[in-house]
Design a protein around this ligand. Structure first.
Ligand SMILES: Nc1ncnc2c1ncn2[C@@H]1O[C@H](COP(=O)(O)OP(=O)(O)OP(=O)(O)O)[C@@H](O)[C@H]1O
Ligand SMILES: O=c1ccn([C@@H]2O[C@H](COP(=O)(O)O)[C@@H](O)[C@H]2O)c(=O)[nH]1
Length: 151
């Protein structure tokens, strides 16, 4: 592939800050495709044939960060499969290593046009995640995982 293909906005903020909720609204209003890195990892973890499923499961349960090569590959695949050009990438990058991995992989493939950061107090984030945990079925919406996700 030559030349820049995709336009991306990174949507960042703590767990429960409201990234997914606002991304859905932006998607409806402005036609961006919403890709949640966490959702892509959770879907990959469920795929029986995935060579990464156990590794992803372990990281999500512990609240640690999945190797960037895996996350970038899933994001790139989802962008390609969508057939679209404009994306909200929700919950990625998580750290400098993620950003470096993205820059190494996506140079000439995707351009980051903007970063949106949701600044939400940690107490509010925790309260929302615990409330969401009553119905979300997520293995990490509990006190123990949240302590690691916020560390
Ligand atoms: N402005 C708000 N006021 C109150 N509750 C909210 C608000 N925005 C989102 N919520 C609720 O808080 C919970 C977390 O929101 P959401 O899933 O959008 O966060 P997130 O940042 O995407 O979280 P994560 O990164 O953990 O997936 C959800 O149950 C959502 O309904
Ligand atoms: O880029 C990413 C995004 C997520 N993870 C892992 O998934 C969980 C849940 O992420 P949410 O954004 O809250 O859905 C997160 O704690 C990480 O374990 C990741 O490794 N890399």
């Amino acid at each position: 592939m030559s030349g820049t293909c995709y336009n991306v906005m990174f949507v960042l903020g703590g767990p429960g800050a409201g990234k997914g909720t606002q991304c859905q609204k932006i998607e409806q209003e402005f036609g961006y495709v919403h890709l949640s890195a966490g959702d892509l990892l959770r879907a990959e973890r469920k795929r029986d044939e995935s060579e990464y499923k156990d590794e992803i499961e372990e990281h999500i349960r512990k609240g640690s960060i999945v190797p960037v090569e895996i996350t970038c590959a899933l994001l790139q695949k989802a962008m390609k499969e969508s057939g679209k050009k404009h994306f909200l990438i929700d919950g990625f990058p998580r750290n400098k290593d993620n950003l470096d991995g993205w820059n190494n992989t996506m140079q000439g493939i995707a351009e980051v046009e903007r970063v949106i950061f949701f600044d939400c107090h940690v107490d509010t984030c925790v309260e929302r995640c615990l409330r969401r945990g009553k119905t979300s079925g997520r293995a990490d919406d509990n006190k123990e995982s949240l302590e690691k996700r916020f560390s």
